[in-house]
Design a protein around this ligand. Structure first.
Ligand SMILES: O=C(O)c1cc(C(=O)O)oc(=O)c1
Length: 292
């Protein structure tokens, strides 16, 4: 792997939709800069630099106030790039780490100090070599009580994930809703299975994110996504947080316009009350609870 890829739009449009004051982009990443923060030797993709300066310019362009930076798989378990993004944000970013399960309690405390409020367990075989559930559970028990656990998996392994998710000892947030097939519609098998998961525990949250990934065949404006996801946001409005997913890892063949990604918000959360929960109240509860 030698060629570095660009997966984000060079000149995203201004969204038509204006987010409410204090809106949080609660799922985005930084890549590098590589000279300062090299990628992991195990990275499955090698992106161009997409550092905090670009991220914060996009935040302002799209009308957001804060970011939650999720450690991207290309940086492995070295969280330095994400911690740097948080550090240079002037208090406007917090993060989600990816850790070696053998991490010490002191190192976890240092991540908290650096602005991390959760860890991510990634189960996508195209992104990580292994995902040891027993080790993940062990480290999950050692997390600060107010941290949460972000999990990323695809719909075809939801059934086998259930016992693991049931055993997680902290609030759980499912990335991109566990990637349902949105072309099945709001009552399709994947959405039904995901609703069953949400109903199994009151503290399982989700991100109704990535129309570009989940409705890639239909493409922008991602109508299948809007139709399948709006009822989920309405029915579980206290348990969802939203993000751009910028710089859209691995989307180099179908790079989305971030302005259009933001314009999906009123289609899945049509009222001001839903938008306030999705973009402000809910993510504040997870990332800046001391301000509530
Ligand atoms: O589907 C993906 O390719 C993807 C990758 C990553 C990552 O590399 O961390 O994060 C995401 O949220 C989505």
């Amino acid at each position: 792997m030698s060629e570095r890829i660009t997966s984000w739009h060079g000149n995203p449009s201004k969204p038509t939709y204006t987010p409410p004051p204090g809106a949080i982009d609660a799922h985005c990443h930084v890549f590098g800069p590589m000279a300062e923060f090299p990628f992991s030797p195990k990275a499955k993709y090698l992106p161009e630099d997409a550092g905090p300066d670009k991220l914060f310019a996009l935040r302002d362009h799209l009308g957001f106030s804060r970011n939650v930076i999720v450690q991207a798989s290309c940086h492995g378990t070295n969280n330095a790039a994400t911690l740097n993004g948080i550090a240079v944000s002037g208090g406007k970013a917090r993060g989600v780490a990816v850790v070696d399960p053998a991490i010490s309690d002191e190192e976890i405390a240092a991540l908290h100090e650096g602005g991390m409020r959760g860890i991510r367990f990634n189960f996508l075989k195209r992104l990580v070599d292994d995902a040891p559930k027993d080790k993940f559970l062990e480290v999950a028990h050692r997390l600060p009580k107010d941290w949460h656990i972000v999990i990323y998996f695809e719909a075809d392994i939801l059934e086998e994930m259930r016992p693991f998710i049931a055993a997680l000892p902290r609030l759980v947030v499912v990335d991109h809703m566990g990637r349902p097939d949105v072309t099945q519609g709001p009552d399709g098998a994947d959405m039904k299975a995901f609703r069953e998961l949400l109903d199994s525990r009151p503290d399982i949250w989700f991100k109704p994110t990535c129309p570009d990934r989940l409705d890639m065949a239909a493409g922008d404006p991602w109508d299948n996504f809007a139709r399948a996801v709006a009822p989920l946001v309405a029915d579980y409005s206290d348990r969802c947080i939203w993000g751009t997913d910028w710089p859209h890892p691995n989307m180099e063949k179908a790079i989305p316009d971030d302005g259009h990604i933001v314009d999906m918000i009123p289609r899945i959360a049509p009222t001001a009350e839903l938008q306030q929960k999705l973009l402000v109240t809910n993510p504040m509860r997870l990332y800046w609870p001391e301000e509530l």
